[in-house]
Design a protein around this ligand. Structure first.
Ligand SMILES: Nc1nc2c(c(=O)[nH]1)N[C@H]1C(S)=C(S)[C@@H](COP(=O)(O)O)O[C@H]1N2
Ligand SMILES: [Mo]
Length: 207
């Protein structure tokens, strides 16, 4: 059960975005079934507007340099969890290998069963964005996205796509599963960017 934001100590309250409340357990939230992981066939593709498209087997992905990211998580339905320790591969590490073309401005995350979400490449290039397989010292449970999920801490959590299979760079804003259903493309919790009708042009994305 959440408390009212005004009851949190100041240093905690500062980390709870407007309209959000803290939960102590980690909720499970997604649309559709939980896919079964097959390490023989699973791979991660980095495709689209890149010089060197990548297809990484699970083994190849796990052989890349890893990072740890400490971050909070905010679901647009209202819950926030603090102090998640994620482990995986930093998005810039993938970008470095795929080499984005100059026209690349957006990224679409592709997942099992066709779930997608998109963000500007600028948002994805933040140093806390990673593809993760561990949380708080344990491998992700199937329901939390095993074998791989995207984690974008500074955006609402529908952008942190579970059961990730691909990252596609594009030169245009192609809305994902929730973005076409009325949710915000940039989705910054501290600006409370929940819905598409709140969208304003971003200077860095003007042609
Ligand atoms: N593939 C996929 N990823 C998804 C979703 C989904 O429906 N499908 N739901 C998103 C939403 S709305 C949230 S809040 C987070 C929840 O992650 P969790 O279940 O690990 O807490 O996953 C996100 N990633
Ligand atoms: Mo969510």
């Amino acid at each position: 059960m959440g408390l009212f934001t005004k009851d949190y100590p100041a240093e905690i309250a500062a980390r709870v975005p407007p309209g959000q409340h803290l939960v102590k357990t980690w909720p499970v939230l997604h649309y559709g079934p939980i896919p079964r992981f097959d390490g023989q066939t699973w791979d991660l593709e980095v495709s689209g507007a890149v010089e060197r498209p990548l297809v990484l087997s699970y083994e190849e992905l796990r052989a890349l340099p890893t990072v740890k990211v400490h971050a909070d998580m905010h679901c647009v339905t209202g819950w926030t969890t603090l102090d998640n320790d994620w482990e995986g591969v930093a998005f810039p590490t993938l970008l470095e290998r795929a080499l984005p073309k100059p026209e690349a401005k957006w990224v679409i995350a592709h997942c099992a069963y066709g779930y997608t979400s998109n963000l500007s490449l600028a948002a994805m290039e933040d140093d806390d964005v990673l593809v993760a397989w561990r949380n708080n010292g344990e491998d992700l449970a199937p329901e939390h996205g095993w074998p791989l999920r995207l984690v974008v801490p500074k955006r609402y959590a529908w952008k942190s796509a579970k059961w990730l299979t691909g990252l596609e760079l594009t030169d245009h804003n192609e809305r994902g599963f929730w973005e076409v259903r009325g949710y915000h493309v940039h989705a910054e919790p501290f600006a409370e960017e929940r819905y598409g009708y709140q969208e304003r042009p971003r200077a860095e994305l003007e042609p």
